[in-house]
Every structure is written in structure tokens, then in C-alpha cells.
Design a protein around this ligand. Structure first.
Ligand SMILES: [Fe+2]
Ligand SMILES: [Fe+2]
Length: 211
């Protein structure tokens, strides 16, 4: 069944945190290994806009269905970063711009070329790039949701559980879009044509003597 993009865009909202008692982490802090994972997830969620920049350099940007989704997806992911930042903040750690700005400065040289790899990759793959992009997105979203589920179990902290369950619920809608689109686009793209048997004349097709 097709993903209802119109219903999705009307329901998009920042993950609700107003009723979460982040002060509880001061009395009952998270262990270092959980905080380490949260730092990573904070950065991944907060850098979604950088992935969006790269994806808009590809042929995917010509499909308004995809760009509508990406607009809403980026908005929700942004707020996931902000919400996890509140947990880091409650542990006296830098979050949001104070953490992200120096990191982006450090990665500036490498990041300068990332859009180019997407431009060339998209040009090389052609119309099937969107199928690849949707498949890549589905795998990423599944991994993210599974990561949050594992973190809930490992941390076993009631406040963190509430927050991560809400985030994971939004991730499930991202999975639904990417996976549905990937399945449909991969089916349309068809099998890769088999390579013709090697010619006795060699790769050029010309008799050896004529080369
Ligand atoms: Fe997210
Ligand atoms: Fe997501």
C-alpha cells in the first residue's frame, strides 16, 4: 500500500518533550556508555540537514513526492537532535550549536567534496538513483530505530525510555516511507541485464588483427 504523504505532512510535529523531567537525570544520571551513544545519536540526528544537502544534489530532487518527504523528515530529525541534546545538557555536556559548530568546522575540508560524490554518483546511476537512495534511507532508519530500542533496554532509565520511545515512533514513519518507496522503485527498475558472453574477438568486438 502506498505511503500517504499528505497525511504524513499534516501530522509532522517536533517530538513532544514539554512533559519530560530532564532534571531527573541530575539525581539519576546515565552511565558513561549510554551517554557516549547519545552523543553519537545527537550528532547523527543534528547532521540530517547535511545529508539533505547532499541528496538535493541528486536526481531525487526532481521528484516532488520525495522532496515533500525530505522536508518533513529533516524537520522531525532536527527536533530529535534537540531532544537528545536536552539529555546531554542535563549531564552538564555541550549540546546543539555548542557541540555541532566546532564539529562542522573540523569536518569542513572533507564535507566540501561530499556533495560532488553524490552529483557524480547520481549522474552515473541515472533514473535508478532514487531507488538506491530510498533503499539506503530504509536501512538507515531501521538501524536507527533498532539502536534506540537497544538503548532503551541497556539504559533501563524511565525518563530516557519515554523520550526514546517517542523518537522511535517517529522513526517508524520514516521507515514506512523509505521502505515502501524502495520496494516499488526497485521493482520498477528491473533486473540488471546479463552481460553478453565474451566475444572471441575480445572486448572491442573487433578481430584481434584489426585492432
Ligand atoms: Fe531521528
Ligand atoms: Fe528517522
Amino acid at each position: 500500500m502506498a505511503f500517504d504523504i499528505d497525511a504524513y505532512r499534516r501530522s509532522v510535529t517536533p517530538v513532544v518533550v514539554d512533559d519530560i523531567d530532564f532534571g531527573a537525570f541530575r539525581a539519576d544520571p546515565l552511565p558513561d556508555e549510554v551517554l557516549r551513544t547519545l552523543r553519537f545519536m545527537h550528532d547523527v540526528e543534528s547532521h540530517t540537514v547535511c545529508y539533505l544537502r547532499d541528496l538535493l544534489c541528486t536526481s531525487s530532487h526532481t521528484d516532488p513526492r520525495i522532496t515533500t518527504f525530505l522536508t518533513m523528515w529533516n524537520y522531525e530529525e532536527y527536533w530529535h537532535g534537540v531532544a537528545i541534546g536536552k539529555v546531554l545538557d542535563a549531564h552538564g555536556e555541550a549540546s546543539e550549536d555548542a557541540r555541532i559548530a566546532p564539529m562542522r568546522q573540523r569536518l569542513r575540508a572533507k564535507e566540501r567534496f561530499t556533495p560532488l560524490t553524490h552529483v557524480f554518483g547520481s549522474a552515473l546511476i541515472g533514473d535508478d538513483f532514487a531507488a538506491l537512495h530510498m533503499t539506503w534511507g530504509a536501512v538507515n532508519e531501521w538501524s536507527t530505530q533498532t539502536g534506540y530500542e537497544q538503548l532503551i533496554k541497556k539504559a533501563d532509565h524511565p525518563v530516557l525510555t519515554t523520550l526514546l520511545k517517542r523518537i522511535a515512533l517517529q522513526e517508524s514513519r520514516h521507515i514506512a516511507f523509505y521502505a515502501t518507496e524502495a520496494r516499488e522503485r526497485l521493482a520498477r527498475s528491473g533486473p540488471v541485464p546479463a552481460r553478453p558472453p565474451a566475444s572471441p574477438c575480445g572486448a572491442s568486438g573487433l578481430p584481434s588483427a584489426a585492432r
